[in-house]
Design a protein around this ligand. Structure first.
Ligand code: PGA
Length: 248
């Protein structure tokens, strides 16, 4: 059985004032049994990691460069993330793929760098609306999974997030049957490639998860948690999702 993870992705949101949400969240999740992660902008990682020490909250980055250091203006390395107190990093989010042209090959290189540095990589995959309409969702997910997770990845350092691009930030979600179809497919593909150890890889669903739909999504086959954008910004909203996962 994979461990359960509720991960929040703050994207390009949050300044010092938002740290109050972290204090509220650590208090709210004290009794919860699932893993809880927040991935703030890089500027807040170190301060959040300090605040989270001794609590059940873990802190992560939102991307990393494949190289350890060098002339890459504006980028951040895996070693910098661990140095700042991060334990995880989101890689290949569809916004990175769209805004920065990141390919599966890029994401695979980032994943190798991150896991090599001891970070847990949350590798994101998911189809666009046009791809779903064209009936190629499973092919797209297979290709992204195969291309974004490098050979020899330490499975203990791998999490996969299925995030249909059309469900991100839109308030729209796939049906529970559609989520089950993709998650069962991902589990089968990962097991075929990596063997029985793939059953321990947490498979997260992401895209318009909120308190009101969390419990039904967490009851879906092979859903081990969620990657949450908008509803992770407020402790009151995110802690409701965490409770739903702990109780699932
Ligand atoms: P959302 O974003 O929850 O705001 O839809 C999810 C994500 O992009 O990870």
């Amino acid at each position: 059985m994979a461990r359960k993870l509720a991960a929040g992705n703050w994207k390009m949101n949050g300044t010092t004032a938002a740290l109050a949400e972290v204090a509220a969240l650590t208090a709210a999740i004290e009794a919860e049994t699932c893993e809880v992660l927040l991935c703030p902008p890089a500027t807040l990682i170190s301060r959040m990691a300090d605040m989270a020490q001794g609590s059940g909250l873990m802190i992560g980055g939102q991307t990393c460069h494949p190289n350890g250091s060098g002339a890459h203006t504006g980028d951040i390395s895996a070693a910098m993330l661990t140095d700042a107190g991060a334990s995880h990093v989101i890689l290949g989010h569809s916004e990175r793929r769209a805004d920065h042209g990141e390919t599966d090959e890029d994401v695979a290189a980032q994943t190798a760098a991150a896991t090599g540095e001891g970070l847990i990589a949350i590798v994101c995959v998911g189809e666009t609306e046009a791809e779903r309409d064209a009936g190629v969702t499973l092919n797209v997910v297979s290709t992204q999974l195969a291309g974004s997770v490098p050979e020899g990845t330490d499975l203990a350092k791998l999490v996969i997030a299925y995030e249909p691009v059309w469900a991100i930030g839109t308030g729209r979600t796939p049906t529970l049957e559609q989520i089950a179809e993709v998650h069962d497919h991902m589990r089968a593909e990962l097991t075929e490639r990596f063997g029985q150890g793939a059953h321990n890889i947490p498979l997260l669903y992401g895209g318009s998860v909120k308190q009101s739909n969390a419990a039904e999504i967490f009851a879906v086959s092979n859903v081990d948690g969620a990657l949450v954008g908008g509803a992770s910004l407020k402790a009151a909203d995110f802690s409701g999702i965490v409770s739903a996962l702990s109780g699932a």
